[in-house]
Structure formats: structure tokens, C-alpha cells
Design a protein. Sequence first.
Lengths: 501, 329
Amino acid sequence: MAEYRLEMRGVSKSFPGVKALDKVNLKVRPGTVHALMGENGAGKSTLMKCLFGIYHMDEGEVFVDGEKVNISNPDEALHKGLAMVHQELQPVPARTIAENMYLGRYPTKSVGPLKVIDHRTMNEEAKKWLDNVKMPFDPKRKLGELSISQMQSVEIAKAVSQEAKLIILDEPTSSLTDNEVEALFRIVRDLRDRGVSFVFISHKMAELRRISDDITIMRDGCFVGSWEMKNISDDEIVKQMVGRELTNIYPPLDNNPGDVLLEVNDFTSIHANSFKNCSFKLRKGEILGFGGLVGAQRTELMEAIFGIRHTVSGEVKLNGNKLDIKRPQDAIKYGIGMITEDRRGSGILGCLSIADNVALASLNQYLEAGIKLDKKKIEELVQDNVAKLSIKTPSSKTLIQALSGGNQQKVIISRWLANNPDVLIMDEPTRGIDVGAKYEIYQIMIKLAKEGKGIIMISSEMPELIGVSNRIMVMCNGKITGEVSGEEATQENIMHYATQF
Amino acid sequence: MDKTKKLDIKNILINNGIIVLLMILVLYVSITVPTFRSFRNLMNLAINAAPRVIIALGVSGCLITKGTDLSAGRAVGLSACLAGIMLQKPDAPGKIWPNFPQLNVWIVLIIVMAICAIFGLINGIVVSFLNVPAFIGTLGMQLIVYGIALVVTNSVPIGGYRADYISVTQGKVGPIPLLFIYLIIAAAIFWFVYNYTRHGKYMYAIGGNEVAAEVSGVNVKKTKIIIYITAACMYAIAGFLLGGKSGGTSVNMGMGYELEAIAACTIGGVSVNGGIGKVSGVIIGVAVFELLKSAMQFMGLNTNYQYIAQGIVIVVAIALDIRKYIAKK
């Protein structure tokens, strides 16, 4: 038997302008659980996509049980014994468990000239494999009736039924309760003892400590190292994950936060696994950063404050006055603006002009006689913003979809500036934007803070969070777990609070 | 350089393929059948186009916000029936509501608009608050409205209209039919609303990206409801005019007009993917459709074949529209 079940050697992958993976190694021993850790964007998912042939790796080799393989699509990976349980499951909830397990490879039987699906064999086989992972479900049940963790188990059973020798679990516990995690671990341990290997991608240190034998850490697309779990401490893991120098340059943070502007008390989502009992204060002229791992519910909390999501409890006070926000219009009326995370999905109006995109939230100010829009004034507003934020565009009539990401973001910022809000919530304001435009956006944020506005910035990039925030709230698993500022605002401290599950 | 220019011409031809083909057809018919290009026929075309433009303008708002309104044709029919019943001569044979007071013709128009507006309001609520896909919600409304028309008229044809009803629908100012003037007024109002009002901007914003519009403070539900009510009012006007123009009506008036209107909008560049569409395009779309029908008549083509031709035009037009959208990605 080969020493390693899976060995990836020197895997590199570049996307236009970014080196996503740089000579990464991953060695998984047979019958072990191998933790793969790294910050958001460290390249864990990219590495797995390269393994499964979803991305084509620029260089590097893959060996399965010592044999060199070339995998160009997930189907081939399956034939080599590699299977993946995705973070976002893609089952067909309206069909039965068995049908989901045999999707695309239904057993058939011949009835005269016809080939029909052999339901009996399928259900029997499914039952056998479900029993194999000790899940006594009726395979004829609708998959949608199961909980997320049970669906995951079905996925694992499916992988086992396809004779997978290595199963990759991408953040499998992110939406599970403690009991469900236990059930999942039981299945994983059982299969491991029978020789199946696992790659376990997760942020949750305590869990990894319990389930993993080995660990590989990645950082910024690079391979940091591999250890046996018992030879490395938690502190050491955190240090290895974030251990990079702050190389990006930020404008001087010379704004001076003043009195409390916005007070958020006890926000709790209607969903059990979303934000709970979140309270914080934002000062005038302050940039308040919100850090945390993906899934920490930062976006959900902000969207709830802005009236997009529902809550069971929570109050917002602006300058001491309680606000009644039921929908975005109310928030806007009170002087709160929000730049959403998904620029394409909920920011830009792609098929409309820059002018229409800028003016959308402030049309009320440009009504003549209550009906007619004053197009000349709107054009002035647009030109003013194009100049002020140096938006690079041929004209105000250009469609916004023709602009670069950075310029699109500036158009969205203009949309809110036109309303002159007191509080501006910016969710990942520089995502997908090139370095130059990022710097300009930081400058705009600091300028707005100097004008006395309060800015809330959600960011998953730690250097950015530290570089442009006066104060940082850290969230984990729906709760605010810590607050850091000044000297304390280090990557290690933020990561510490971000993993307080 | 030369090559890109060629490509541009090719793209323009493909993107406006339907219009180009129809123009060739119209040109051909104009040359071979001189009566086709007579003033009389032109005015006939305008009279036929007027109610259809009014319906298409109504539907255009639904389409721009990624919806649709399949109740349009039946609403036209109901409106024609109701207006007809209220405007029958006191001594009309078989008068349906013999004791109904003789109201001013414009008041009757307002009444039928108000009735249709209720159905528009329901459409709007179903689409925006209940999140029922517009295709299904308005399909249900189509049946409901038809059923109401059947109940009201008992399937009896309606005729014997008052002179004032006939004169406001069939009358002329000099050589220009009143219907054509109504068309111009309706188009002007819609052009103003679409280009110079907050409602118009909100409509395009919802079609462009509903979530972004909502986040930016657009009252999406209210805007959609207004759009469906406006649309229903336009059907009422169209039904009122069609009834008077024909001098009589039945429950089947307006059947299938919704599809013709949607097709005309699409031919005129209203994108079925939302966010795009101009009043001028809607008018061009209807004009193209009417020219096609008229040209085929003048060529002596059997009416049965005309349906086949119209069907092909609709499918090709929408295929070309989608092609534009995909090319943009």
C-alpha cells in the first residue's frame, strides 16, 4: 500500500491578476482525517476544485495511492475514489433519499424493449449503504424531510456507495448543532477506522482538534506546512494561518470619532442559527470594522438593521432617538445607507445608465411640482459625483455594466452620498476591486468620517480591517465575541475572537 | 476596420431582423398593390393600431418589471361589454339593463376604468405581496374576468349604441380619426411617465435589479401595483374604444389581444428580461404587426395562413431579443 492515499505536489493556479495557489502540497494518509485550514481566501476551495478538475491546475501533480492521475472533471475524480460533500449541498429535496443517492446512475431493468428504472434494487442498495454508515433511514423518504446534517450523512453514504476512498468535507459543521456534529463525527470515525480518508475543511479549531489526525495550513494561496495534530498547539495554528506582514498601504486614519451616533441593542434573528443578542455603538466620524469568518452572520446583522431581514428582538437608536425600521425605505428616511456585499446581485442595475444608478435612491429630491423629475439637476448631481469620486466613464449615459468593478462600486457609493446619510454601512466595500481603486475607496471612507458620518465596514480581509477601522467588532457564529482597537487590533487577536465558537 | 464595420451591419440586421423583413414585405406590397399605400388604408391602419397600442402600452410596464399580464385581452372584452351595456340606446332591442340611467359617455368610460382597475389592483397584489409568478396570477385573472363577462352579458351580443358613443369612437377631426388622436395622447402620457417621473425610474430599476431597487429604498410592491392598475385602466380604455369602433360587441371581444400586445412590445425592443423598453418601441412593434396583417390581406393571403405567419414572427422576434441579451454577457 502506498504511503499516502492522496498526494498533491506543487499545485499552482493563477487567475487573471491573482496567483490563487502557489506550489501547494497536500498529503493525506490512508485511514486518517486530515484538517485543511486557512483564512478566508487562503485557497482551500481552489485547491479542492483543482483536485476535482473543476479548475485546471497550471502546474502540479496528483497521486492517488501512489499512482499518478490526471483528473479533468468531478466524474473522473469519482472513478479514482475521490468524493466531495459540498458546503452548500445540492440535493433534490423533493425526491427520495434513494433517488438522490443514485442520481445520474439509476439501476435499470429491461421490460420488453424498454429500459426502466429498477426502483426495488435502488431502494435495497440504498438501504444497504445507509445501514453501512449506521443511518437507519427509509430510503423511500423524501430527502427534504431530513435535517441538513442528515442530508450530509446521505451525501457521505452516497460517496461510500461509490466506493470513495477519500471524502472531502467542506465546512460540514457550519450549520449543524452540537448533537448533529457528534452524529457526523461518529460516521466519520467509523469510516476512518475502516480505511476511508477524509479531508476536513473547517475554521473550528476545537472540532478539528477532536476529529483530525493531521493538519495542513494554507495562507494566501501558499502552502505553510503540515503537522500531526498532536504536535501543534492552537496558538501555533492561528499564528501560522495569519503569519503575514501587513504589506498593503492604507491612507492615514486621521479622523476623530466623537459622540455616540448609532446604538444597536440586542438584535436577534428569527433564524436560530443566525445573529443573536448583538449590541454595539457607532460614534460620529468613526469607521467601525466588523470582522469574522465567513458565516459569522455579519452581513445578516447589518441587513437586519437596515430593514432587509426580520428579527425577534432589537432596537436601533440614532442620536438617542429610537428608530422604527421595517424596510430599507424607513432606514433611508432616517439617514442610513447600505452598500450591500453582492454588488452584482443587489447593487448595480446593470442595464441602466450611470445616471439612473446614481439617482435611484434620491429621486425624491429632484421632483418638480411633485411629478416631473428635474433632469438637469440630476445630471449635475451625477457629474458632481463622477468628478468627486473620480469615476472613470465616457459619459453619464454609459451603462453601469460597462464599468470596472471599482468604478461600479464608486457609482453605488455615489447613490448613497446623494442622500447625505448619517450612517453608511459598507459590506465588503472593496471585494473584487483592484488595488488602486481600493485605496481610493479607503480615502472616500476616511473623508466621509471626517465629515462626521458614521461608517460601518464589514470586511473579511484582515489587513484592510485593521488598516481602515478605528475600532473592530469581531463576530463568530452569530454573536459579537470581541472588540479590539489600537494596539490590540492584531490579526492574532481578531482570529482568536473569530473562532470563539 | 472594414471587418468590424461589416460585423456591425450584420449585427444590426440580425437584431432588427423582423423589422427589416417586414419593411421589405411592406415595400413589396406597396409597389404591387397601389391601394395599400393609399391615405385611406393608412388611416385604417391607424384606427386598427390605436386600441392595440393602448393595450401594449399597458402591458409594457408589466414586461419591463419582468412580469406579464395575460388578463389584458379578456379585460378589454369585459370593458367593451360593460361600456356597451351602459351605452345602449334606450330603445335598443334586447337591451340588457333596460332601467340603467343614460349616463354621460365619459362617465361610463371612467366607470369601466374603475372596474378594470380593481382587477389590476388584484393582479398587482397577487404578484407583489403573494409572490405568485405574474404568468400564473394573471392567467387566473384572465379566466375570472372572462367568466364575469359571461355572467354579465349572458353571452348575448350587445349592439344598438347611442350616437354619442359612436361619435367619440368613430368620429374624425378633419381627415384624422379620433382614435388616432387618442393613441397620440396615450403615447405622450406614457412617454412622460417613463422618462420624466419617479415612478418610471422605479419601474426600470425594478426590471433592472429588483433586489438592488428594494435596497435603494424603492417601494417595489407599491410600484408594481401601480403598474398593474395602470395597465388594467389602459385595457378598459381600449375595450371602450374597440366596442364603439365596431358598433357592437360580444364576450369574445379582445380574445388573444394580450399575446399580440406582448409580441408587439417584444418586437419593439421591450426586453422579456426586464429593465429595457421604450414607448417608441411599443408603437413600432404594434405598427409592424399591423402592417404585417394588412400587407398579407392585400396580398390576398388566406386568413388562416396569417395566423401561421404571425406565430412565426412572434417566436423569431423573441429568439432575437434573447440573443441580444446573451450576447451582452
